[in-house]
Design a binder for this molecule. Structure first.
Ligand SMILES: [Zn+2]
Length: 346
């Protein structure tokens, strides 16, 4: 008699069974953005036994994340989210493989971050449209299902976009991303934890259905909790779609030249001179030695964090080995660039 599997309670479901469980175990889910949505969907997929999970996030854990980002605790403050999430998920399920990248997912490294093992699913945990359209390009180009999701305030949206057989992609439905600044962000509108849980649950349920061989009808689930309203909108294929019909992968082919990015939900600017194009690695040990007389320095294998004061303003600089830095305490790209040049080096 074989011991009862840890997945027994889900293999009881007719839609899963032993065969479905095997397919779940053979899958590779790539989750981009380990914020509120990414935490919740990664937890569900790790517990369900998805055999390989890749976590990608460019940010570190902040106090204001703990209200809704369920993989993190107070002990993780200041740790890269991808690594903190991996540690937590390893404790939950040690029988699966979990890979973490504290990296900025962009056109140049998008595919390279999981080049050694093709993705079975792409999950959206991002807070910006640029990355969503990039994920859609990857999804269509490689024929990998894309689980779209978004949450703002008490409202959420999700859709399972499975390429092929005349099914729509994201650009069939929304041909272009909204203009920058035209949408509310979690900075301005806030986020309700239960709304996150609902979207992540919908994404994970669709993901497991797809892995077990069932393709959901292309619909967009849209809801608000306060007041309680929900609807499903049928999504249709656009015969002139730039992406899935004309196979123009404009977001994947884009050359991002801007070396700074403001991060949603934080008084933070990312600085990355040269960006992915010409990575300039930084020797964190040498940098730590240089900064210690000037700042409170914490050094780990993944990053260096220096807390200092710029006049009366407390500033925090987190530097990663690839030369990328998060400058906290400012929203000005110019200030962030100046601080980077002064403390990290031009
Ligand atoms: Zn399309």
């Amino acid at each position: 008699m074989s011991p009862v599997s840890r997945y027994h309670r889900q293999t009881l479901l007719p839609g899963i069974g032993e065969a479905g469980q095997e397919r779940i175990g053979a899958a590779h889910a790539v989750i981009v953005g380990i914020g509120a949505l990414g935490c919740a969907s990664a937890d569900l997929l790790a517990r369900a036994g998805v055999g390989r999970i890749t976590l990608i996030d460019r940010d570190v854990v902040e106090l204001t994340n703990l209200q809704r980002q369920t993989l993190f605790t107070e002990a993780d403050l200041g740790t890269p989210k991808a690594h903190a999430a991996r540690e937590r998920l390893r404790a939950v399920n040690s029988s699966i493989e979990i890979h973490a990248h504290a990296a900025d997912f962009g056109p140049r490294n998008a595919a390279g971050l999981f080049a050694d093992s093709p993705a079975t699913l792409l999950l959206d945990g991002t807070d910006n449209y640029e990355t969503r359209y990039l994920l859609n390009d990857l999804s269509v180009q490689r024929g990998v299902p894309y689980l779209y999701g978004g949450v703002i305030a008490d409202r959420g949206m999700s859709a399972a976009l499975v390429p092929g057989d005349g099914r729509p992609c994201l650009r069939c439905v929304f041909p272009e991303p909204p203009a920058p600044g035209s949408q509310p962000t979690c900075d301005t509108a806030g986020v309700l934890g239960p709304a996150v849980a609902m979207v992540a649950a919908a994404q994970a349920a669709d993901a497991l259905a797809i892995l077990c061989g069932r393709i959901p009808t292309p619909t967009l689930l849209e809801f608000s909790l306060w007041p309680d309203r929900r609807r499903r909108i049928e999504l249709t294929h656009n015969a002139e779609c730039a992406c899935c019909v004309n196979r123009r992968f404009e977001f994947l082919d884009a050359d991002r030249t801007d070396d700074t990015t403001s991060l949603c939900g934080a008084n933070t600017v990312q600085v990355w001179p040269g960006g992915m194009a010409e990575q300039r690695p930084v020797d964190l040990v040498a940098l730590a030695a240089r900064l210690r007389p000037l700042a409170d320095v914490t050094l780990t294998d993944f990053m260096l964090r220096a807390s200092l004061r710029e006049g009366a303003t407390p500033i925090d600089i987190s530097v990663f080995p690839d030369g990328r830095a998060l400058v906290r305490g400012t929203t000005s790209a110019a200030t962030a660039r100046t601080l980077y040049a002064r403390y990290v080096g031009a």
